[in-house]
Design a protein around this ligand. Sequence first.
Ligand code: HEC
Length: 289
Amino acid sequence: MQHTRFMPSWPWLPGLLFSLCSTLAPAAVLELDPATEARPAIAWTTERLAAHPEAQEIQIPNDVSYRRPMQYRAVPLAVVLADLGLQRTDTLEAVALDGFVAQLPGALLLPTRAGAPRPWLAFEPPDAAWPALPGKTASAGPFYLVWPDARGIRSEQWPYALARLGSKASPGARWPQINVAASVPAGDPRRQGQAVFMAQCLVCHKINGGGESTLGPDLNQPMSPVAYFQPQALRRLIRNPAQVRTWPGQAMPGFAPDQISDTELDQLLAYLGHMAQDGARQGRLPAAR
Ligand code: HEC
């Protein structure tokens, strides 16, 4: 009988190893980075969230990251935003463990309209780990921003594996080089394209050096993708990167029409095209060599 060889001669060993591992496992911490020095930087742990009176079990009918219905322990995000002192005019910067950085408008997170979608902060209980995300080895934990009602919420507005939340100025104020030229009228496709870019692309890509994430390349420096992709190929790449080129480490997600409509895709390309010209004209880009 082969397996008798593997009978432990110290029956207490697995128990000891288990308790060692659980003591060594770092407690999950979500750091809060307030806008002003007047407010102390604080941190929420899974334990503190679990003990919060507003913590409850919530249902997510259409989980963007798991692509199926999910159930979580969660608190209303507003609980944590209050600690952060975040106002509707501020931007919440949500930094993930993998370098993804979402910039979420305060007005979206703290809606005043009755019945508007409201975000929750789900936390992964240490004794009930979440499954791995589709195609990944890690779960969406330890902290994940979710929307029970996701009407009008974009796919990149569900940041997961959160490590830090900060209260910041809007991306356009922080990084003026990401803005369309002031002469571009309100409602212009190029301006609307910038809004799509800020919600769906800035989370991984900088543009003209503006932005916080370096997961993907800068999309205007040193060269804009509109300069080396045929428009049709660029559209395809945004819809499904693997249709243009593919390799094992490929990391960019595709965007289906329910996340970026055909019209918005045109607006996005108009924005990128404008930045390619405008960046050069305004001396925002290094001169071409
Ligand atoms: C979750 C992160 C992520 C998001 C969101 C994302 N990208 Fe990417 N993107 C990447 C990464 C990483 C690469 C590098 C190739 C790869 O690993 O897939 C890339 C590559 C690209 C490229 C190809 C650049 C080249 O020269 O090959 C383009 C163009 C691009 N992204 C545009 C966009 C646009 C436009 C959006 C928004 C609609 C977007 N990306 C959203 C991560 C992302």
